[in-house]
Design a protein around this ligand. Structure first.
Ligand SMILES: [Zn+2]
Ligand SMILES: [Zn+2]
Length: 297
């Protein structure tokens, strides 16, 4: 719709057919808009990018590098966490290494083994009551925050896309978890916690995959063997159904959330933050969630 080249995508929600060039432009325009609207990147900042090797994290690293590689004052560092998932993580880490080295970006890899003396496989074998995802999410975030603090990062950037965001928002609605919704918004500055940012939150998952494909970005397309969050799966199917019958639903959810969360924030003051008695990381209890999980073993 913008030139005479063949279209590679039809965006139902915008009614636009776009060629390769204009599709890439569209994605990057949305990323820049998100950055401008939700977080400013100041002078001499360090951006830590969580890099799993999957399509979302690879694309976010690639786009940030493309947008900012001329800003000599900015320092982009990729961080990967090796949870110790046999038959899966080894491969995705190779993709992460390859991309970081191609882009000339410093890459830090930290493992559960180094930090906690055991792997995710080891943890779940010992305790079957809690699913692997509950360990993985908490422990991975804890390592990412720790490494981001160590390197003096101003932001911790993740590859969450529009589908991830819309699913999480709807899941919080369904469970009535308003407190969690407030925490999902780009949070206020808290000492000991590096601020998060999600530049891909306005890019649909399919477009993230297409962007990786048309830019020849090496990404691991395998799915984590532990990935089966039941409620999220149901919500994903439901949202995809709505999106195809009512294009733009995912954007509407995000837009509504962004408006609402500002109003809610006034009623939900930030939790008082202290230091974990065990590991010293910032948390809102005496012992942080990661340490509590590890003590359960
Ligand atoms: Zn075009
Ligand atoms: Zn702790």
């Amino acid at each position: 719709m913008k030139c005479n080249a063949d279209a590679i995508i039809f965006q139902k929600y915008s009614g636009m057919h776009l060629c390769r060039k204009h599709f890439i432009e569209d994605v990057e325009r949305k990323v820049k808009l998100t950055i401008r609207k939700h977080f400013n990147i100041g002078k001499n900042e360090t951006l830590a990018v969580a890099l799993s090797g999957g399509k979302d994290s690879c694309v976010v690293l690639y786009v940030l590098h493309k947008i900012f590689h001329e800003r000599r004052d900015l320092n982009i560092v990729a961080i990967s966490v090796d949870e110790g998932i046999k038959g899966y993580r080894e491969h995705s880490l190779e993709y992460a290494k390859e991309l970081a080295s191609t882009l000339g970006i410093k890459h830090i890899i930290r493992s559960f083994e180094d930090e906690y003396g055991t792997t995710l496989d080891g943890l779940t074998a010992k305790n079957r009551v809690l699913g692997a995802c509950s360990y993985c999410g908490v422990l991975r975030k804890s390592i990412l925050n720790k490494v981001a603090l160590e390197i003096g990062a101003n932001r911790l950037i993740t590859g969450h896309n529009l589908d991830d965001e819309a699913q999480t928002i709807l899941m919080n609605h369904l469970s009535g978890d308003v407190d969690r919704m407030v925490r999902l918004d780009p949070p206020r500055e808290i000492e000991g916690m590096v601020l998060r940012a999600k530049p891909l939150r306005k890019i649909p998952e399919k477009e993230v995959a297409l962007y990786a494909l048309v830019n020849d970005i090496p990404v691991d397309l395998e799915v984590c063997p532990y990935a089966h969050e039941a409620l999220r799966g149901e919500v994903r199917d439901m949202l995809n159904g709505f999106e195809s019958r009512h294009p733009g639903t995912k954007y509407s959810l995000l837009r509504g959330f962004d408006k609402m969360v500002k109003l809610l924030a006034a009623d939900f003051p930030p939790a008082t933050i202290s230091k974990c008695r065990v590991c010293g990381q910032a948390c809102n209890a005496e012992v942080c969630q990661a340490c509590r999980l590890l003590e359960k073993i």
